[in-house]
Design a protein around this ligand. Structure first.
Ligand code: SAM
Length: 297
């Protein structure tokens, strides 16, 4: 049987057995593949980096979306940047939002995902309160006059077209569009094998927002498995949401979750000692090979 492995990150990688290659093509922005794999069923791969899979997409999308949506008392206008597979948009639309706008740079990712990964988006793209814009999220946020309650950055890692989604001017544009009462969240990589990227994201967000909180979950598909998100706001603290309020809002939404619960929302903000210390420090120029202090040093 064939195998798929991402390039090494900090000297390690995971391997999945591949039953079939369902799509392999080059868009204007990246190399797209949809693989049918043994552990993850169908998997979307962009430029050799795994993006999402039928088997574990719910973990990533629920944690990306529900944490900031619950941190806001009544989100009505939501912006998703990236997220071409539609999994984040689908979770946003579980809330009574007026409009959810998704800005994805690569129309091919949307087209191929709708064709070969239809379960991930469900009917999100057909919903009347969903708006899909094919374009650069950085440019969109710079130019828009709209205000948002929640901005979700569901992007590829900070290389290629996603580089500027991790820049200070992007966060300044986000602050303008969010005002004092909104919240932004970005996927911020693995604390174990991409700690420098997480440290850089946190440092940048702290230059722009007074409240910056990193939270964690485990995503088997992604390098390092332990994964981070970082949320930022002028006023909203996503770690301080009342569990009873979360439970009531989940029930009102009426959609089951596979991973996210009120207790997981709270627990996700508990950081291991090494990570809490690392987020107080500047990223080193030459990060260590593996950042977890396995030897106890
Ligand atoms: N869950 C994924 C992960 O963390 O690996 C992200 C999935 S989603 C498919 C990432 C999307 O971000 C891609 O489809 C890519 O085209 C899009 N993207 C990258 N840079 C972008 C930009 N500047 N504006 C809008 N979308 C962008």
């Amino acid at each position: 049987m064939r195998e798929f492995a991402e390039p090494f990150r900090s000297g390690w990688r995971q391997v999945a057995q591949v039953r079939d290659v369902l799509y392999d093509g080059i868009s204007a922005f990246q190399h797209l593949q949809v693989l049918d794999t043994v552990p993850f069923r169908r998997m979307l791969v962009l430029d050799d980096a795994t993006q999402t899979s039928e088997a574990d997409e719910y973990i990533y999308h629920e944690m990306l979306v529900h944490v900031p949506m619950m941190a806001h008392p009544d989100p009505k206008r939501v912006l998703v940047i990236g997220g071409g597979d539609g999994g984040a948009l689908r979770r946003v639309l579980e809330y009574p939002v007026t409009k959810a706008t998704m800005v994805e740079i690569d129309g091919e990712v949307v087209r191929v995902s709708r064709d070969l990964l239809p379960e991930i988006a469900g009917d999100a793209f057909e919903r009347p309160n969903a708006e899909l814009i094919i374009g650069d999220g950085v440019k969109y946020l710079r130019e828009t006059e709209e205000q948002f309650d929640v901005i979700l950055v569901d992007s590829t890692d900070p290389v290629g077209p996603a580089v500027d989604l991790f820049g200070e001017s992007f966060y300044r544009d986000a602050r303008r569009a969010l005002g004092d009462t909104g919240i932004i969240v970005t996927q911020s990589g693995s604390p174990l094998v991409m700690l420098d990227e997480l440290q850089d994201a946190v440092a940048l967000m702290r230059r722009v927002f007074p409240v910056v909180k990193t939270y964690l979950c485990n995503i088997p598909l992604y390098p390092g498995v332990l994964w981070s998100f970082t949320a930022a706001s002028m006023t909203l603290d996503p770690s301080a949401v009342n569990p009873a309020t979360i439970a009531a809002r989940l029930q009102a939404n009426g959609y089951p979750t596979g991973w996210y619960t009120p207790a997981i929302h709270q627990a996700a903000f508990a950081l291991p000692n090494f990570l809490a210390a690392a987020l107080e420090m500047q990223a080193p120029d030459d990060p260590p090979a593996l950042t977890v202090p396995l030897s106890g040093e």
